[in-house]
Design a protein around this ligand. Structure first.
Ligand SMILES: Nc1ncnc2c1ncn2[C@@H]1O[C@H](COP(=O)(O)OP(=O)(O)OP(=O)(O)O)[C@@H](O)[C@H]1O
Ligand SMILES: [Mg+2]
Length: 335
């Protein structure tokens, strides 16, 4: 049986972005190669300054790459000075920002209608589309309110409706849950997932610090110092249930076990070597929890030496990993 290949909506090929500030050069992105297919939600995570926003700005055409090629819906959009390319990008891409970017003097309805007016949609279609969108983001009862009287979550829903009003092929979101509470966050995640499930030709790229958003992602890319250093698949939600801090219950339980183990274990051995672990071995983030792996059963004995491992839980990439970190000599102590 032959499987139909999914269409690639976004492709970055050997993309670099270097910002020049006087004599200083900041390499914001280096050698980025990604393909984002139709029907996919891709989350991009990474520490502050790792290049997440720059990546979105390159895809949306707000910034031109220093080197490399970017394709949006099959078209090379690298040279942004071309009017045709600008029009292509405007048509294909919708953007959701962290700070909502709503027009304060317009009502929720007015903000949603604005992109339709800009794109010259006929009045009758505009009215019908606005009604559809109000329903889609569940904000009908607040339609006539201006942004100042809307909550953060409501503002973000209006911003999403406005970003999808012209039915873009690609939706980009920069830290879309950065300024809303956890209930509003859930709602935004639900709207995003439904949007892609109901429109299987479309793609959504979310850049964020919020590991909860991985729950709706088909893939997660980890950026560090301008490079993609790791790609994670769908999160196993049962295993990695998150609490509000993005720390999984599994990791919390693991910490408890190791705390107990530390109390009963008294290493009578001389430590010969010790390696301090400061960062996640997978994504290099320093935002980690770690515990010595001191349960007896898990020691490795190699050449009359005990090696212990540290267990590391990364709050950024949400993975658990192990590193050998201390070596004890047992030849003398055990005879
Ligand atoms: N217009 C610019 N001029 C100069 N340097 C810039 C510019 N935009 C971004 N940078 C630099 O590029 C790097 C990547 O920035 P970017 O905003 O993409 O990071 P980010 O991952 O989105 O960070 P955050 O999580 O804080 O939003 C940073 O070192 C930043 O200072
Ligand atoms: Mg950013």
């Amino acid at each position: 049986m032959q499987f139909k290949e999914k269409k690639v909506n976004i492709e970055c090929k050997n993309v670099y972005k270097i910002f020049k500030q006087g004599n200083l050069e900041v390499v914001a992105l280096r050698n980025i190669n990604i393909k984002i297919n139709q029907g996919e939600i891709v989350v991009v995570m990474g520490p502050s300054g790792s290049g997440k926003t720059t990546l979105l700005n390159l895809i949306s055409g707000m910034v031109e790459p220093t080197a490399g090629k970017i394709y949006v819906d099959g078209r090379d959009v690298t040279k942004l000075r071309d009017d045709e390319i600008q029009k292509h990008l405007q048509k294909k891409i919708g953007i959701v920002f962290q700070f909502f970017n709503l027009v304060p003097s317009l009502t929720a309805k007015g903000n949603i209608e604005l992109p339709l007016i800009i794109s010259d949609a006929p009045t009758s279609y505009r009215k019908q589309r606005v009604e559809e969108l109000l329903k889609e983001v569940d904000i009908k009862d607040r339609a006539n309110h201006r942004p100042f009287s809307l909550s953060g979550g409501e503002k973000q829903r209006v911003a999403i409706a406005s970003a999808i009003a012209n039915d873009p092929l690609i939706l980009l979101a920069d830290e879309p849950t950065g300024n809303i509470d956890s209930i509003a966050e859930k709602k935004v995640m639900e709207i995003f997932r439904n949007y892609i499930d109901l429109n299987s030709e479309k793609s959504l790229v979310i850049v964020t610090h919020n590991a909860n958003l991985r729950k709706i992602a088909d893939r997660t890319l980890i950026l560090k110092d301008g490079q993609i250093i790791r790609e994670l698949g769908k999160q196993n939600i049962d295993k990695g249930k998150s609490d509000g801090n993005g720390i999984s219950e599994e990791a919390e339980a693991m910490n408890h076990v190791y705390d107990e183990a530390e109390k009963v274990f008294n290493p009578a051995f001389r430590m010969q070597e010790f390696k301090e672990i400061k960062a996640c071995p997978l994504c290099h983030s320093e935002n980690i929890l770690k515990k010595w792996d001191q349960e007896r059963g898990q020691f490795q004995i190699i050449n009359n030496q005990i090696t212990t491992r540290a267990t590391i839980f990364c709050k950024d990439c949400h993975q658990i990993s192990f590193e050998n970190c201390a070596v004890y000599d047992i030849t003398r102590d055990l005879v």
